[in-house]
Design a protein around this ligand. Structure first.
Ligand code: AGP
Length: 609
């Protein structure tokens, strides 16, 4: 997810665009750039890193002008660098493009353009668009953009300016969001409301496949059939802060509700034309897999919990001994690591020092490193042999949610792909499981809708407790661990997760009248044992919240509160059962008046040991 801004009018384009990009940094902050047209032509400036790097550069050497475009990047193709930053231009620098989304067929177009004599500077998909517009350009920028759009496949929002068309901006909304802002004799285009709300609250939400042409005197909108259309003008009543959360009160809640989309983004962009998994960045072959006799999965916190699910999947589908370890402990534990070892490193930020240190330790011992991370070009990704990027978009809230569920999707896809490649997973099993995986985002959406109110009610019941227990067996225990971490890190209630079968070996001594216990009971085959464990704690006075499948209506007779979630295969239930713990921790933190997005003592990325 990236942020784009365009401006044309009588104001200072650089100032307005930089201000807009700052409001869009939550969409990505790997690099930023700006292109402005003035009397001396089209000027472009771009810098890797936070927007402040670009702003400081421009402070000393500003670009004057009143028409321009800008971009803040969340890298997907091409690591963060000056040259990979947007705007991208044609070879003469007379056309500049900023882009949010992914051009799926950029490779074939790039090959065609190279054959026509075009030379490329960057590794990005976006640069293809600049040269393609150049190829079709013969003075009419709108026409050239239309012709280029006819060749592009993927999800994208574009804004384009040209030196020889100094009085216009052309922009397209094609799946990725784009908004038109209408000022007094000035016009804006942006990925999201916050970028331009300071200058106008009159906005047009462009519809999919709309194209706009902005000039100093007005704008025109062209529908998917390229005919001029009228679109409603909306008056926005939000303030800027609220807008960047897209109407949600906190980034955490927004990111919880982004999970269905994040899951689909991570999954569907890695399916080939036959609907099978296609992992272009993963170069592990059948021979490599046959040579791997041990797998370690390493991470911290939530990333570690995702690894616990991954461990089960690799053991089951790959038939390889898989050990999961906490990154900060990994280097102290005697591990048998050599060239036959695969180490899977999980890290949303890709900058967690404990995880990075574990990675380097394993690599020095000869292991092959596969990382799962959400940040292109992060330290973890740069130190790995293979990288599986989750495409969850920036995760701003300290409490990790959409990163976790997309890490699970990564493990499902890797286990399916490797199992079939190695021949330890039958094709029909592969097909059946992948088919179910493709429908999971809808089940996550249904679960979000069905458990939100219950999570508020339970939050009100537990908010004053000083301790709480999560219980589960098998994969449900892993979900219990993740639920406990979520609750303690933002509600500050001391929460522990225990294997339900372990209670009788000591912990049950802590259960007394009113002790809240959340029992995750979704695993078929373990349900009856879980019911027994729930009865054990109930007998000692616990207040029990059960989380189970719709079919297990009988659990209502046993628990004080029962949360029913959508049904799926056992292996997919962690993706569904984690929704309630996420929402519960959010609402509990909110009720307690905590800083939900920035809880005390914590940072989003822990870059110290
Ligand atoms: C999760 O909610 C926590 N914020 C924390 O445990 C986090 O998962 C951990 O610090 C690892 O971060 P990473 O995924 O960026 O490496």
């Amino acid at each position: 997810m990236c942020g784009i801004v365009g401006y044309i009018g009588k104001g200072n384009a650089q100032e307005i665009i930089l201000d807009g990009l700052e409001k869009l940094e939550y969409r990505g902050y790997d690099s930023a750039g700006i292109a402005i047209i003035n009397k001396s032509g089209l000027k472009t400036r771009k810098k890797v890193g936070r927007l402040s790097n670009l702003a400081n550069d421009l402070k000393g050497d500003p670009i004057n002008g009143d028409v321009g475009i800008g971009h803040t990047r969340w890298a997907t193709h091409g690591a963060p660098s000056d040259v990979n930053s947007h705007p991208h231009t044609n070879m003469s620098g007379s056309i500049a493009v900023v882009h949010n989304g992914i051009i799926e067929n950029y490779r074939s177009i790039k090959e065609e353009l190279v054959g026509l004599g075009y030379s490329f500077k960057s590794e990005t998909d976006t640069e293809v668009v600049a040269h393609l517009i150049d190829y079709y350009y013969s003075g009419d920028l709108l026409e050239a953009v239309f012709k280029a759009e006819d060749r592009l496949k993927g999800a994208y929002a574009l804004a384009v300016i040209a030196k020889d068309n100094p009085d216009e901006i052309v922009a397209i909304r094609h799946e990725s969001p784009l908004i038109l802002g209408i000022g007094e004799g000035e016009y804006f285009v942006a990925s999201d409301i916050p970028a331009i709300l300071k200058y106008t609250n009159k906005m047009v939400y462009l519809e999919n496949k709309d194209t706009i042409r902005l000039t100093r005197n007005g704008y025109k909108v062209y529908g998917p059939d390229r005919m001029e259309v009228k679109r409603d003008i909306n008056t926005i009543m939000w303030d800027v802060e609220a807008a960047s959360k897209e109407g949600f009160e906190h980034f955490m809640l927004k990111e919880i509700y982004q999970q269905p989309k994040a899951i689909d983004e991570t999954l569907f962009r890695r399916l080939d034309d036959d609907g099978n998994i296609y992992l272009e960045n993963i170069k592990i072959t059948k021979e490599d897999l046959n040579n791997i006799d041990r797998i370690y999965i390493v991470g911290c916190g939530t990333a570690y919990h995702a690894g616990l699910i991954g461990r089960y999947l690799f053991q089951t589908f790959l038939k390889v001994n898989t050990i999961t370890d906490i990154a900060s402990e990994f280097r102290y534990n005697e591990h048998y690591i050599d060239e036959r070892t695969l180490v899977v490193v999980v890290s949303q930020s890709g900058e967690t020092l404990d995880t990075l240190t574990a990675l380097k330790d394993a690599r020095e011992k000869g292991a092959r490193i596969l990382s799962i991370t959400n940040v292109v070009g992060s330290s973890v990704s740069r130190e790995s042999n293979d990288v599986f990027y989750t495409w969850a978009g920036p995760e701003i809230a300290v409490a990790s949610t959409k990163a976790y569920t997309t890490q699970l999707v990564a493990f499902y896809m890797l286990a399916l792909h490797f199992g079939r490649l190695k021949g330890t997973l039958e094709d029909e099993c592969y097909d059946e499981i992948l088919e179910e995986l493709k429908g999971l985002s809808q089940k996550v959406q249904l679960t979000l809708e069905s458990v939100n109110e219950s999570s508020k009610e339970v939050a009100n019941k537990i908010k004053d407790n000083h301790s709480l227990f999560y219980l589960g067996r098998g994969l449900d225990y892993n979900t219990a661990l993740e639920g406990a971490l979520k609750l303690k890190e933002i509600s500050y209630i001391h929460t522990e997760a225990f294997p339900a079968g372990e209670l009788k070996h000591g912990t049950i001594a802590l259960i007394e009248e009113g002790t809240p216990v959340i029992a995750i009971a979704t695993q078929q085959g373990l349900y009856d044992k879980m019911v027994s464990n729930i009865k054990e704690v109930k007998a000692r006075g616990a207040f029990v919240i059960g989380v189970t499948r719709h079919r297990n209506r009988d659990l209502e007779q046993v628990c004080d509160y029962t949360i029913f979630i959508e049904e799926s295969f056992n292996i997919f239930m962690p993706l569904l059962s984690v929704i309630f713990p996420q929402l519960l921790s959010y609402h509990t933190s909110l009720i307690k008046g905590n800083d939900v997005d920035k809880p005390r003592n914590l940072a989003k990325s822990v870059t110290v040991e």
